[in-house]
Design a protein around this ligand. Sequence first.
Ligand code: NAD
Length: 513
Amino acid sequence: MAIVEPMSSTPEGRRRLAIRSPATRQPVGEIVVSSPADVAEAIAGARDAQMEWRRVPLAERARIVRGAIDLLVEKREEVIRTIIDETGKTRLESLMMEILPGCDYLNFWCARAMKELSDEKRRLHGYLRPFKKLLIHYRPLGVIGVITPWNGPFSLAINPMTQAVLAGNAVILKPSEVAPYSGAWAVQLLREAGVPEGVVQTVHGDGETGAALVNGGVQKISFTGSVRTGKKIAAACAEQLIPYTLELGGKDAMIVCADADLERAAGGAVFNSMLNTGHVCMGVERIYVVESVADEFEERVKNIVSGLRYGLGDDVDVGSVFWDRQLPIIERHIEDAKAKGAEIVVGGEADTTLGLFYKPTFVRKVDHTMELMREETFGPIVSVMRVADEEEAIRLANDSHYGLSGSVWTKDIDKGIEIAKRLETGSVVINDASMAYGAPEAPFGGLKDSGVGQVNGLGGLRSYTHPQPILIDRWSMKKERVWYPHTPETIEEIDGMIRFIYGGALKRLGFFS
Ligand code: NAD
């Protein structure tokens, strides 16, 4: 039941991988794996193309990239077809998690490009101001390697690519081998919009191709994927002294306070646990509900999960497991939980008669001895643990080596914010979940094992640049006062200036700051 399988090599000896739909097991395509030599060629081409692209005026770059929105809207059915074929996710999820955010990221970043990326005059402070001027030039980095996972194969590609390209870089995308053509749509749409071919390219393949890209002489890596691969990428980037961002796995906690709106909390718990078949890095993986409201919360969860329909087509709620290698992980976590005393209220088993489906599942009486509460499960499972109070919930939520996102459910927003501040996570959502990456104004990134660096946020475009300060002398006098030769007068002059500015009332009054 594999979905990605090795095939016989091409006559030229290139590796090939066959891709089959996880929902139907029918073939949906194949990829010829890009060799390290192919990757090197792509990078060389990208380097040349980037030299031209960075000279295209910023407003024109934004105009071109913006054209991809119309194309995405127009071709959304084709894009969705590819996504569903490769992943088995539902149509609504494809619209909501891939097409809508794709349009939104393109629109948002294009609208911000002039503001964030134009050269910026910055007023110098204090004693420097009379003598020098400062200009910040947001210099593109060069060639960016974007490496993406299989769970959000289009949106997780189009977002970093849009930002990097607007900032004047060339991008080489290495999409997941599990959903390669969903990612490649991002490249195709940008090209059709008018971004030159060398500026956006796809290299296909697995870890070997990804490693060739990381080690191929690019200027930055934007990586989204697992902790295991992220660590390898961090080591390779450190060796080359190139910047990187790592958006890695999560085990997000949901805290249901005693004063939560239980109808909303139960609906949100189920949706955010099942969304994308549970394959959401910032999806709900652990729920801590305060004992006093746990009976009602669990009853509501049970009713909702019992009514969920899984399968393929437009009238289902939950799609297939996207990747054959994920299914045994889900099964192992459930078996481990059962063996340690958890109660499966709904579901709890795979259904592989047609494809790779796992029944929407509700598990209660879980605890931290179970893998289900410690490691990323990435399955359509609602896992509920009762806690005495909110303090216990916070302590358990923080008892994790992950720290991606989390959520707090309460009618008291001030309390929710206070709890949010105590969570050891990169972001927190109150009375909703799985949201943080979808709000591009919000800087997104994980703490602990969930990542390094942040993406998005106001200023996100600038993370694909080197802010280059250009300091300009104001007066072009023949000589600066401290240039040679040094004399007792210059020493006294500088010393006097220090005393005058920092040694007395001027400092207290805030002059020169
Ligand atoms: P993965 O690490 O196995 O693969 C991710 C990408 O890296 C793929 O394109 C893969 O081919 C490539 N790759 C594999 N080995 C490589 C190597 N040695 N060098 C370079 N590239 C290599 O992850 P996955 O299974 O595709 O994705 C699922 C994971 O991604 C989950 O842990 C999920 O939580 C995480 N994720 C995180 C975010 C986030 O924003 N934090 C978003 C989505 C997914």
